[in-house]
Every structure is written in C-alpha cells, then in structure tokens.
Write a protein that binds this ligand. Structure first.
Ligand SMILES: Nc1ncnc2c1ncn2[C@@H]1O[C@H](COP(=O)(O)OP(=O)(O)OP(=O)(O)O)[C@@H](O)[C@H]1O
Ligand SMILES: [Mg+2]
Ligand SMILES: [Zn+2]
Length: 524
C-alpha cells in the first residue's frame, strides 16, 4: 500500500476524534440530538484545526442512515460517499477556485432539487471569504429563502472578509488553535499506532513548529519519519526540519546572565557555522524572553512539558521580571534596525555584548529599596574634613545602637563642651553654638552643623579643624575625629548636575562603561 500522508490517514471521522474543539462539537451534537439545526453554519479559525473535518462529520451525522444521533456510522452508503467525496447530496466547494458568480448561480439552480437519497442537501463551502462580491450577493439570496432540505456549512480562516449580511445568517463557531499539550498527546497517539518510537521532546519540537495547526504538525511528522525512520529523537527532528533547537536560546540567555561572553559568542558562532538564520534566532530570543515573563506571572501560561517549565522558572527567577522586561524592550527597540542590517551576525554580537553587561542592572524595585535605605543613611555619612582623612572615612559603618541613656548623657556633655569652646575661642563658638551632636563613636564624633555652607568653609581651614579636634580631645579626654554630616538638601543640589544616573552610580559605586540611551529614556 502506498504511503498515505498522516493528515489524510488521520482525518477525524467522528466528533470524538476531533481534538481541542469540544466547544464546537458538543454544541453540534446537541443540536442534532434535539433536532434544532440551523440553516447555515460558519466555521472560523486558523488553518488545519479541523474545520473541514468537522463540517464533513456534521454532514455525515445529519445524513447518516444508521448511527445514533450525532454519531455517523461511517459504514452506510451516505457516510462512505461523503468520506470519499463522491456524494451527490453533500457537495464540497472550494471557495478559492469557485469564487465567481457563475458557480454560485449553478449552486442556486441545484439547490431546488430534493436530495437524491439522503435527508439533506449539504453545501460545504471552504474558504468562503474568497467569493467575489457578486457571488456573495447571489449566495445571500439563497440564504434568505433556503429550501427546507438545504444546509450550508461555510469554513473560513478569515471571517472578517465575509460580509456581515452573510455572517448574520449563519450560526458561527470559532475553532481554536490546538494547544501544545493536546497536540503532543495526539501526535503520541498517532506515532504509537504507526509503530514509531519517538521521544517526548521530539514531539514537543514538532508541536511548537506547528503553531497550533494539527495538519502542520502531522505533515512535519511525515517529514521527520521520512528522514529518520521509525526511531526518532530530538536531534532527528532538528536536523530533519532544519530548525533551531530552542535550548540554544536558553543557553545564550544563561550565558548572558552569567556574563559569560565567551560562551555567548561561541553560540552565535555555532549558529553561523551551521548556517542557521540569525534573524530567526533573534526572534526565538524575543519569544524566549516573552516566555520568561509569562513564566513569572504564571508558569501554567506556558505550553511546555513539566520539567521544561521548571527550567524556565529557574531562569526567570534568576533574571527577575524587571531585567527580563528590560532585555525584551531593548531587543524590541533594536528589531527594525537588526532586520535591515547587512551584517546580522555582527549586529547580534554587539547586542549580546550589551545585554551581558546588564548583569549589574538592578530591578527598579530593588533600586527604590536601596535608595530608601541610602536616604536614611545619607544623614549619617560624614563629610570629609580634609584629604588626609580620606582613608579613615571608609573604615566603619555607623553604629545605630546608641542607647537612649547614652544619647542624653552625650547631649548634656555637648552643651558643656560648647561652653568650654566659648571660653577658649569665641569665633569658633559662634560658628558651632547651634550645632548638634549626633553621636560619639570609638574614634570619631559626628556633628550636624546648622549652616552647611558656612561650616564647611569655616572648617575647611585645616588649622581651625585641628583646633576643634584639640578642644574635643581636651574636653572629652579622647582623640575623636570630628565629622560633619552632609545636609540632604545640599547633597541633592550637588547631584542634580549629573542627574539621577550619577546618583545611582554613587550609590552602587559604579561607573559608566557604555551609554545605552534606551535605558535612560525608558528607565525613568
Ligand atoms: N482538531 C483536530 N483534531 C484532530 N485532527 C485534526 C484536527 N484538526 C486538523 N486535524 C488534522 O489535520 C487535517 C486537516 O484538518 P482540516 O482540513 O479539518 O483543517 P481545516 O481547519 O479545515 O484547515 P484549512 O483551514 O486549512 O482548510 C485532518 O485531516 C487531521 O488529520
Ligand atoms: Mg479546510
Ligand atoms: Zn452512516
């Protein structure tokens, strides 16, 4: 027996065989059982999802001489002829090649006659949106006053091209794309029956390639079988269909996360040497990032096998939503430029390099959190009194745990200290009399001046600073380094010169390696 393509061999013959369109088949079966048939139906939906198949099953079911209601027997005269396409009562018309008014006129002529041996005369018009305007008008006349014995089933992938006047006379059913799990399950059933050994991941790749069309999935399976025979794994599918293994985008994303440029560029090189289309790869990367975002929202939104979901989740968690979104936005912004680039390889390499550098990019939430922390601490950061003390400034973080008692005591002694200063140095006293002691630590004393500009300039003078230090030492009997807190206001004024970017750089002790304009625009 010659090889029959799977899509033909596996055309559903009863409603039960139709995968993923229960919302349609259940309603149709009920209508048949309750004898509530509409005059005309229109089946809308993407290609290869079962429209024609369901139309035929429906035609068989309502004309079947034997089977129970809603289940064609597939054995009677009527059923067999419909399956073979030789029935005189059930006519299939391809709207694409019979789009002229003449054909519809002929249809209108014939429709008058009673069916020759069945209950109904059924017209299945595929790709009905292809009809010309005149043909539609002729069809409309028939739909307005159809004979009792006539039924219409229209099918179309583009219902928006069908005139409303027609649509409004039909009961409409929208067919769905076949989900990946359903498709994998169905393909498994087929391969099992065909005696083919195939791995789950191989099936998954096929299902993904099919983009919701069961017919496409079956044709792809045909291709793989003729390439690899009866034992098929992932590699066979990849090779047979000349497609990119999706793990490659996974790997490159991982390399980007790890800032492993060498690995990332190696992957690009591999793509290139194997002659894969870099532009397809680019879109796979976009798709991958989108999936990572979906995965953060709800892993069940992804049409993946369970262990794959886990893998996605891990990578998504590693990156964090903000960063993924940023990467996606970045690539989307570059898409046009990339697609028209003369050297896609160079282009994608440069994009990957830029993305790798984002490793240090923190999520907005994280940044805001840090900013708040910093803001709290900003008051406690001492100003450097002189260059010499520079090193010491780095040494210790501020202790927050000064008890209330200690505070009070310190406050009292500070007032006394001011008295002490006033006795020795009136001008200095006048400068610092309104100042506050913020805390005394092992080797330093934090003071908050009440007049920033003046204080800074006053104690910028090394001699005065040392004098203050001497007074402190004398009075507190300890060599403490006086440090003045920076006023928030002042700090801001200073920062505003270079904007929030500078602020971030300060906070994270970063430096600008490269400017990516998109980030600055989008990030604010
Ligand atoms: N829902 C489904 N369940 C099982 N098999 C299906 C389904 N949809 C499509 N197929 C397979 O694909 C083949 C073609 O399906 P069918 O002709 O019904 O699709 P269609 O929606 O009419 O597509 P088109 O819009 O391209 O005409 C079927 O013979 C069958 O093998
Ligand atoms: Mg069809
Ligand atoms: Zn029958």
């Amino acid at each position: 027996m010659p090889y029959q393509v799977l899509a033909r061999k596996w055309r559903p013959q009863v409603f039960e065989d139709v995968v993923g369109q229960e919302h349609v088949t259940r309603t149709l079966v009920n209508a048949i059982k309750e004898n509530r048939l509409a005059q005309a139906y229109i089946f809308c939906g993407p290609r290869g999802v079962g429209k024609t198949s369901v139309a035929r099953i429906f035609a068989k079911a309502i004309n079947c001489e034997k089977g129970e209601p809603g289940v064609p027997c597939n054995k009677c005269h009527s059923c067999i002829q419909i399956t073979e396409g030789t029935s005189v009562d059930v006519q299939e018309i391809d709207g694409a090649s019979n789009r002229r008014i003449e054909e519809i006129r002929e249809l209108r002529e014939n429709i008058k006659y009673l069916p020759s041996y069945s209950k109904y005369r059924i017209y299945i018009i595929d790709e009905v949106h292809m009809l010309t305007k005149e043909a539609f008008n002729a069809l409309l006349k028939t739909l307005e006053e159809p004979p009792e014995h006539a039924k219409f089933i229209f099918a179309t992938t583009e219902p928006h091209k069908v005139p409303l006047t027609i649509l409004s006379r039909c009961q409409r059913f929208d067919f769905k794309r076949i989900s990946i799990p359903l498709m994998v399950e169905h393909l498994k059933k087929i391969t099992r029956a065909e005696g083919i050994e195939i791995t789950d991941s191989a099936l998954l790749i096929i299902a993904r390639q099919a983009e919701g069309s069961m017919r496409d999935a079956e044709s792809l399976l045909d291709q793989v079988i003729s390439f690899a025979g009866k034992r098929i794994d992932e590699k066979d599918v990849i090779n047979a269909l000349g497609i990119l293994d999706s793990s490659i985008v996974f790997d490159i994303t991982q390399a980007i996360i790890k800032n492993n440029l060498k690995e990332a560029l190696r992957i690009i090189d591999e793509l290139y040497t194997y002659g894969y289309d870099i532009k397809i790869f680019f879109h796979m990367l976009l798709e991958h990032l989108r999936n990572l975002i979906l995965c953060r929202i709800d892993p069940d939104l992804l049409e993946l096998l369970e262990d794959e979901k886990e893998r996605f989740k891990r990578q998504a968690d590693l990156l964090g939503e903000e960063k993924i979104q940023f990467m996606l936005d970045f690539l989307l912004k570059k898409e046009q430029e990339f697609m028209s680039s003369y050297n896609p390889r160079l282009f994608i390499e440069s994009l990957i390099i830029r993305l790798s550098r984002l490793r240090d990019f923190l999520g907005l939430n994280e940044i805001i959190g840090k900013l708040e922390q910093i803001e709290k601490r900003l008051l406690m950061i001492p100003e450097r009194p002189s260059e010499e003390e520079k090193g010491e400034l780095e040494e210790k973080r501020i202790e927050e745990s000064a008890g209330e008692e200690k505070k009070e005591e310190e406050e009292k002694s500070w007032q006394d200290f001011l008295e002490f200063v006033s006795m020795h140095n009136k001008p200095m006293y006048n400068v610092i009399k309104g100042w506050k002691l913020m805390g005394i630590y092992d080797n330093r004393m934090d003071i908050r001046p009440n007049n920033q500009e003046f204080s800074i300039s006053y104690f910028k003078d090394k001699e005065r600073y040392e004098l203050l230090r001497k007074y402190i030492k004398e009075y507190f009997k300890k060599d403490l380094l006086p440090r003045f807190e920076i006023d928030k206001q002042r700090k801001k004024k200073k920062k505003s010169i270079s904007g929030p970017v500078q602020e971030l750089l300060d906070i994270f002790q970063g430096k600008i390696i490269e400017e990516i304009e998109e980030y600055e625009e989008g990030g604010e």
